[in-house]
Design a protein around this ligand. Structure first.
Ligand SMILES: Nc1ncnc2c1ncn2[C@@H]1O[C@H](COP(=O)(O)OP(=O)(O)OP(=O)(O)O)[C@@H](O)[C@H]1O
Length: 448
């Protein structure tokens, strides 16, 4: 056990290391790169039309009129939450000045499993917004009783409320039958009807946020007609807009720590997907975190590339968790072909990959599946978007074969899988594997 002096020096060294980390960090105000921060208006880029629309729709609150319901849709990271929250913040300021009790009740539906839970979360959030207790239990009472408490809270404490349902399409609930009404449809109907029927004294309006442009088609007819929203569309950002978004958060970093290429590169990577601002900001932040972790004074392009690799690895890992061992082996054997190949080989011929699969399966003492099974596994890998494939009439030799191209960097896929399946044997035999890969490729191109 450490004695008193040891304890003291240990805690001093922890303090020292903590302080050192803070002082030497490349960040000045990292919160600017936190996805949940509602940034100032002057940092918002390229959403003038959407801001105009939402300002127009919410202005009636300040004239003590009911605003319309709204449907905000567009791919992830296109600013739906940011824009609605930014306008609500300003409405809130002006409403307070006019003595109007305005509230925002927001839930993210992604993790909410049922209609009942959603209503309870609304009660909790409305109570928190009003600064009072929810006063009802989470279970043991009916959903109707919860809804009544929700209406009571709104009527008692607010003149006007915006209910924001983020990721509304994910509030499906427990459908016993695919034809059952999804939970979001029921909730939208109840909330819009309650307002129309005067069950709530003040003015309420629902803003539903979704990535699904066909969301309205899934609504029950009566929900559709009572919800009846104003649409606001959020298109993808292009690389220039992403650059402008990052540029306006440059001050998250200390002066002179960013190499020139950091912002363009982070934006270019994010634009490759669909122009997701969240992704651009995440890369921009992670690059700095990597620089901090390595104790470096500047953020370099290499940090952005490493951050992008890490993000790919995380995504790949999440997607791969569901695959069986045989599927992982098939994908691994295919990925190592371009990794170990001496030629510049992007598209992997299935013939070569299958031979590698057989070799690896033998090396690991695993079951060896047939060529058909291997091809089937790879077709599944295609549906998960790990690879794309093309059929080729073979110029060299005979027959038709498939060629697989990896969507992400194949070395990331191989590394991820290598960590996942028991592959010590592979690590011990890397040179051998490299020679097998190249022998098979040579055989293939020489038509053997
Ligand atoms: N026009 C913009 N200007 C500045 N920052 C933006 C802009 N659009 C989005 N962002 C930032 O990108 C991140 C993601 O934005 P937001 O959460 O609003 O996207 P979303 O469309 O609601 O995504 P999702 O559908 O995944 O919830 C946030 O950090 C936000 O501040």
């Amino acid at each position: 056990m450490a004695d008193g002096n040891d304890q003291q020096s240990l805690s001093q060294s922890i303090k020292g290391r903590l302080q050192e980390g803070v002082q030497n960090s490349v960040f000045r105000e990292k919160a600017l790169l936190d996805p949940d921060t509602v940034i100032d208006e002057d940092r918002i880029v390229g959403r003038d039309q959407q801001l105009d629309d939402i300002i127009t729709y919410l202005r009636p609150i300040l004239q003590s009129n009911r605003p319309p319901n709204m449907l905000l849709y567009g791919p992830s990271g296109t600013g739906k939450s940011l824009i609605i929250n930014a306008v609500c913040e300003q409405v809130s300021d002006l409403a307070t000045a006019q003595d109007i009790q305005f509230g925002v009740v927001q839930i993210n539906c992604q993790t909410i499993k049922s209609h009942d839970r959603a209503v309870y979360r609304l009660v909790e959030n409305a109570a928190a917004e009003a600064g009072v207790a929810a006063e009802i239990p989470e279970s043991g009472i009916s959903t109707d009783q919860k809804l009544r408490r929700f209406y009571e809270l709104l009527s008692e404490y607010f003149d006007s409320v915006i209910i924001i349902l983020d990721e509304v399409d994910l509030l499906v609930g427990r459908q016993r039958d695919p034809n059952d009404e999804p939970a979001y449809s029921k909730l939208l109907y109840q909330l819009s009807r309650a307002s129309q029927l005067g069950r709530i004294e003040g003015d309420i309006s629902v803003a539903a946020l979704t990535n699904d442009p066909r969301f309205m088609e899934n609504l029950d007819g009566r929900a559709e007609s009572s919800f009846n929203p104003q649409d606001v569309v959020f298109p993808d950002y292009d690389a220039n807009q992403l650059q402008a978004i990052l540029d306006r958060r440059r001050d998250a970093y200390r002066d002179d720590v960013l190499e020139d290429g950091i912002i363009p590169l982070s934006s270019a990577f994010a634009a490759q997907d669909h122009g997701d601002a969240r992704k651009a900001i995440d890369l921009f932040r992670k690059a700095g975190e990597l620089a901090d972790r390595q104790g470096e004074e500047t953020v370099r392009e290499e940090h952005v590339r490493d951050a992008q690799k890490e993000a790919e690895r995380d995504r790949t890992l999440t997607q791969m968790q569901g695959l069986s061992t045989q599927k992982k082996l098939s994908l691994y054997a295919t990925a190592i072909v371009p990794v170990y190949s001496n030629r510049n080989l992007n598209a992997v011929p299935s013939t070569v990959a299958f031979r590698l699969y057989q070799y690896i399966a033998e090396l690991l003492d695993a079951d060896q599946k047939s060529r058909d099974s291997y091809l089937r596994y790879m077709t599944e890998a295609e549906t998960y978007n790990f690879v794309t494939s093309e059929k080729r009439g073979r110029g060299y030799g005979s027959g038709v074969h498939k060629e697989y191209t990896f969507v992400d960097d194949p070395s990331v896929v191989a590394e991820t899988l290598q960590e996942d399946i028991r592959l010590e044997e592979i690590e011990n035999n890397e040179e051998l594997i490299e020679s097998v890969v190249n022998a098979q490729i040579n055989d293939f191109f020489e038509g053997n």
